[in-house]
Design a protein around this ligand. Structure first.
Ligand SMILES: Nc1ncnc2c1ncn2[C@@H]1O[C@H](COP(=O)(O)OP(=O)(O)OP(=O)(O)O)[C@@H](O)[C@H]1O
Length: 287
């Protein structure tokens, strides 16, 4: 648990990060992702409770730091240091560092080897932070929004790089706001809300928790359509002016036809259930 004054910002959070797996933490702004991850690696003290890495309790400046690679949301690198100097100086801290030139190659940084960090784009800076976190061949990698500021193509490359490290035995815990990448690249997911873990499992398990594999989204449904939805027996709720209905593809196709008959105006989108729908279901079930 972590409290600031009378505010409890993390409560009863237990995160298991498995060797060889990519574990992702998703949730709205302020849900406690960064706080939980920083407690896990000893950067913040919990008000109560304990964090362990490889069975050892995490204490500030403890032994866990040798096996842990960390990339934080705010890069702490001085702007005028060059990429090669960042990686070289981190490498000098370890007995058997990774090959930093190869690492730079895997992360698309060789072309920027001699550039100062403050001359790099936001996405490239993020890659330098990730490379620095990987130099010590960590057993455990903690990444706070590793793909923020990275373009879509770069995101996929970055996740492939990280998944390769995971396959080599590293345990990875990463937070993200990109629900598509969480669905696509996570081996297991934790969904956080208001400082608690709301859901946990493989992306498939988390998606299944919404109660159906298909969804309808109706933009600004008319009162007559809302009555049809309410009488349909399907789980449903509202997100702003959008009505969301969860069910099976056959059942929701029948409902879609009924809704069009009642009123052909409002736009209806149907498709496979996505994490954004699970978020919505979770929030209305909580109320
Ligand atoms: N030093 C602090 N003092 C007081 N409150 C804090 C402090 N650090 C974080 N908080 C509060 O703790 C809550 C959780 O913040 P946290 O940064 O862990 O959320 P998050 O899920 O990582 O958010 P984001 O997605 O925006 O990064 C927020 O309400 C935040 O305002």
């Amino acid at each position: 648990m972590k409290t600031y004054g009378s505010a409890t910002v993390v409560n009863g959070v237990s995160l298991d990060v498995l060797d060889g797996r990519t574990t992702m933490l998703v949730g709205p702004n302020g849900s406690g992702k960064t706080t939980s991850m920083e407690i896990l690696v000893g950067l913040r003290r919990p008000t109560s409770g304990k964090a362990r890495i490889l069975g050892e309790e995490v204490v500030p400046s403890g032994k866990h730091r040798i096996v842990t690679g960390v990339q934080l949301q705010q890069s702490g690198l001085p702007g005028r240091i060059k990429v090669k100097e960042v990686l070289g100086s981190v490498a000098s801290l370890f007995e058997e560092p990774d090959d930093i030139w190869e690492l730079a190659g895997s992360l698309g940084l060789q072309a920027h080897w001699n550039k100062a960090v403050d001359k790099l784009s936001g996405g490239l800076k993020r890659r330098v932070d990730i490379a620095a976190a990987c130099v010590g061949r960590p057993r455990f990698l903690l990444l706070d929004e590793p793909t923020s500021g990275v373009d879509p193509e770069g995101r996929a490359e970055l996740w492939e790089f990280l998944r390769t490290r995971a396959r080599a035995g590293c345990g990875i815990l990463a937070s993200t706001h990109d629900l598509e990448e969480a669905e696509a690249f996570a081996d297991q997911l934790y969904v956080m809300g208001k400082g608690r873990i709301l859901l946990h499992g493989t992306p498939h398990e988390v998606l299944s928790s919404a109660g159906g594999d298909w969804r309808l989204r109706i933009n600004d449904a008319s009162p007559a359509q809302i009555r049809v939805i309410e009488e349909s027996g399907f789980e449903h709720g509202r997100i702003g002016i959008t009505s969301l209905v969860i069910g099976t593809s056959d059942g929701l196709e029948r409902l879609r036809q009924e809704l069009v008959q009642v009123d052909s105006g409002p736009e209806i989108r149907s498709g496979r259930i996505r994490l954004e729908d699970v978020f919505a279901v979770t929030s209305w079930r909580e109320i």
